[in-house]
Structures are given as structure tokens and as C-alpha cells.
Write a protein that binds this ligand. Structure first.
Ligand code: FDA
Length: 392
């Protein structure tokens, strides 16, 4: 008999195990893959963007934007940084508060494993769970290829659907449904967007160039990000697009400002009498190949004096409000996260315990709390794992 069974040895599961183990609970973590923390290992280009110093509720998307507040307030970036420093792991801020290991993401996995060891946590890799049921004696009975495990508390930390080769399954959603809990429809997040065949051909002239843009999603989840955009041979990518993809709703347009921070109409007006061609003028603000290809596509490139005021306004609008309706996303194969998940209305924001099923907890990515790009998803894994680990 265990006190706590945790299913999934990723970021959230390992962190929760450490916290519960430190309280003297007998904890076993069941992981179906042959090793723990695969996503941590490849995260952040192999350096793991393990938190963000600016983490706050506004960096997360959820049907209930307030749900994450309590857990984030009780486990902060400073807390995780202290743990990283205790283990002598050197790190740096890359940009925008994003903290990465100087060395390798494996250091974070090793840190979590050392902490698990110190807390007396048992980890069983290669565990294939066949059934989960409420035990007759109370608590839960989990049947696996290694036999049955019973426990008072059961924590589901099996993550989302993104990148199946790294161990992703729909286990958490199925289990939630089995216990009658509602799911916010899962969808790929932090994912490149695809274009219709026609638009792809049109924009292929712009491909391969990275640009600093301001991108906005329209509709219900209106949001904007200033980051880099990349036109690829499959569609749109780069951090600006990954960020907006989580907020984008199929069928709606995104609006791209190719020259953020500039009064483009004013610049065009000021240069109207200089004799300069539009493409050459834009080349002083945009990569040259991009500027000329863009003019080819949308405006042509005449000397500015040949455009009247109304035409210059139209050009400025096209540059600052370029509207594109993506065809879709590249899906879970390429998504860094899964948005949606176990509905927060079913869970306590203090403990992550299901209100209708005492002893059953959901943490990490399987919950309908999704971070923006920049270390926020790992921070949610730590914070939600910490919250559950105090009571499970
Ligand atoms: P996670 O997916 O980490 O762990 C779930 C575990 O459950 C896995 O070990 C899985 O094998 C196991 N499991 C699944 N089904 C099971 C079953 N039926 N039985 C037993 N075990 C099961 N975030 C960030 O903040 N900074 C970053 O740098 C990056 N970088 C990044 C790169 C790439 C390529 C990806 C795909 C993702 C990121 N992320 C990220 C996102 C981050 O990796 C992700 O949000 C967290 O790993 C989520 O932690 P969880 O523990 O909830 O799930």
C-alpha cells in the first residue's frame, strides 16, 4: 500500500513526488517510457528554459484565468532558482526573463532525480497502466504490467498530446472522463501555423527570412506579441507565431505589423519627394530581399512621388495590418504544448484535487492551464506539482 501513486515522471510528476516524499509520504511514480523527463531533456534546444523570472497569471491561457494564481503565488520562480542554485547548476537569462541552463537540460533531470532519491521516492519506468479504479477499501487501485498498486492519493501527471514519440498519450483525459470530470477540448499550442496552398505559393517569395513583428489574434482570444516571425515552406513559424498560435481560433485571421514601433505613413510621407523607390526605402527598415519581395507581391515599387497620399496610406496599412488567415496548425507532431485539458472548474486551485473525487489530483500540462513560450510551462509544472505535493 502506497500513500501516493503518481502517473507520469515528467516535470510535474517528479516535482510533486519530491514534495510529497519530503512530507514522509510513501510515493511511487509510474512512468510508461523507459526513462524519466524526456521532454525536459530536449527542451529549450537542449538547455531547458526552466522558468521565467516574470511569471504571472497573465502568461497563461485557461478557461478560468484566475485558476493558476494560487499555485503560482505559493511556488515562485525565485523558489525554483534557489533549488537550481542549491544543486550548483549555472544558468543565464537569454531574453525576456527566460532562464536556461548554461550546460545541459540533463542537469535539471539529474537534480529532480537526486531530490526524489533524497525524499525516498520510488520510480518505476516501463510501467504500463491497464486500469485505474476506486479501491473497495477507499483510495485507488492501479493495475499495471508490474502488478497492482494501491494508494490513498492518485496524482495524474501524464501531460498532454504533444509529440507522441516523447511519450505523450491521452491517458490523463481518458482517466478524467472515467471519473466524470469535464475536459476543455485539447488543441495544439505553441505550434507553427499552416497556410492554404495558394497563400503558400504567394508567400514563398518571403520565405527563409526572420523578422521582428507585432502579431495579433483577432476574435475571442485577442492577444498580441512582439517577437520574430519566420515564413517557412510549410507556413508561418518563429516565436511570434508560436505565441499567437495558442490564442488563434480556426477560421479567424491574424494581423501582422511588419514595422512595429514605426509611424509608417509618416515615413512614407517624409520620403515622398526624395525620388527613392518604395522597395529601396523599405529595405532600410526590413531585410532587403524581404522588402523587394513584399513590394512585388502587394504594391509594386515605384518612386514614392508617383504615389498619392491615399495610396501611401494604403501601403502603410498593408505593412502594419497584414491580415493572414491560417489554414490550420502543424498539429501535435510539432506543438510544444497541448492547450485545453482537465477543466479547472473540476479542481481545487489550492491543491489540484478533483472536487468530486477526493484523493484524485491533476497537475502540469494535462490541466487546462497553458503557458506562453518562455519557461512558463515548466513553471506551471513545478507550481502545480508543488501545490498537490503539499496535500496528496
Ligand atoms: P510531461 O509531458 O513532461 O510528462 C508527462 C509524463 O507522463 C511523460 O514522462 C510521459 O511519458 C508520461 N506518460 C504519459 N502517458 C502515460 C501513461 N499512460 N502511463 C505512464 N506514464 C505516462 N516548456 C518550458 O517551460 N520551457 C522549455 O524550454 C520548453 N521546451 C519545450 C520543447 C519541446 C520540443 C516541447 C515538446 C515542449 C517544451 N516545453 C517547454 C513544454 C514542456 O516540456 C511541457 O509543458 C512540460 O514538460 C509539461 O510537464 P508535464 O510533467 O505536465 O508533462
Amino acid at each position: 500500500m502506497w500513500d501516493v501513486i503518481i502517473i507520469g515522471a515528467g516535470a510535474a510528476g517528479l516535482f510533486c513526488a519530491i514534495e510529497a516524499g519530503k512530507r514522509g509520504r510513501r510515493v511511487v511514480v509510474l512512468e510508461h517510457a523507459e526513462r524519466v523527463g524526456k521532454k525536459i531533456g530536449i527542451s529549450g534546444g537542449g538547455r531547458c528554459n526552466f522558468t521565467n523570472v516574470h511569471t504571472g497569471p497573465e502568461n497563461f491561457i485557461s478557461a478560468n484565468p484566475h485558476f493558476c494564481k494560487s499555485a503560482l503565488a505559493r511556488y515562485t520562480p525565485a523558489d525554483f532558482i534557489a533549488l537550481v542554485e542549491k544543486h550548483g547548476i549555472s544558468y543565464h537569462e537569454k531574453k525576456l526573463g527566460q532562464l536556461f541552463c548554461d550546460g545541459s537540460a540533463q542537469q535539471i533531470i539529474d537534480m529532480l532525480l537526486q531530490e526524489c532519491d533524497a525524499a525516498g521516492v520510488e520510480i518505476r519506468c516501463g510501467s504500463v497502466v491497464s486500469t485505474v479504479a476506486g479501491a473497495a477499501t477507499g483510495g485507488f487501485k492501479v493495475s499495471t504490467n508490474f502488478g497492482s498498486f494501491n494508494s490513498a492519493s492518485l496524482v495524474i501527471a501524464s501531460g498532454g498530446l504533444s509529440i507522441a514519440p516523447l511519450g505523450a498519450t491521452d491517458f490523463g483525459y481518458r482517466l478524467a472522463r472515467q471519473f466524470g470530470l469535464r475536459i476543455e477540448e485539447p488543441r495544439p499550442g505553441l505550434v507553427p501555423l499552416t497556410l492554404t496552398a495558394q497563400l503558400l505559393i504567394e508567400l514563398s517569395q518571403l520565405s527563409g527570412i526572420s523578422l521582428d513583428v507585432l502579431v495579433r489574434s483577432d476574435g475571442r482570444n485577442s492577444k498580441e506579441f512582439r517577437e520574430n516571425l519566420l515564413v517557412t515552406h510549410r507556413g508561418l513559424s518563429g516565436p511570434a507565431i508560436l505565441q499567437i498560435s495558442t490564442y488563434w481560433q480556426p477560421g479567424t485571421a491574424i494581423t501582422i505589423n511588419l514595422l512595429p514601433g514605426h509611424d509608417v505613413f509618416e515615413i512614407l510621407l517624409q520620403n515622398q519627394n526624395t525620388g527613392i523607390e518604395l522597395g529601396n526605402l523599405l529595405s532600410t527598415y526590413l531585410p532587403r530581399r524581404f522588402a523587394h519581395a513584399w513590394c512585388n507581391l502587394y504594391t509594386g515599387s515605384k518612386p514614392l512621388r508617383q504615389y498619392d497620399r491615399r495610396e501611401l496610406q494604403e501601403i502603410a496599412d498593408k505593412l502594419t495590418q497584414m491580415q493572414i488567415t491560417p489554414a490550420g496548425t502543424e498539429g501535435y507532431r510539432k506543438a510544444e504544448v497541448t492547450a485545453g485539458g482537465v477543466a479547472t472548474a473540476e479542481l481545487s486551485s489550492q491543491t489540484m484535487e478533483a472536487s468530486s473525487v477526493p484523493g484524485l489530483f491533476f497537475i502540469g500540462e494535462v490541466v487546462d492551464v497553458t503557458g506562453q513560450l518562455g519557461g512558463y510551462n515548466f513553471h506551471w509544472a513545478w507550481a502545480s506539482g508543488y501545490a498537490a505535493g503539499q496535500v496528496a
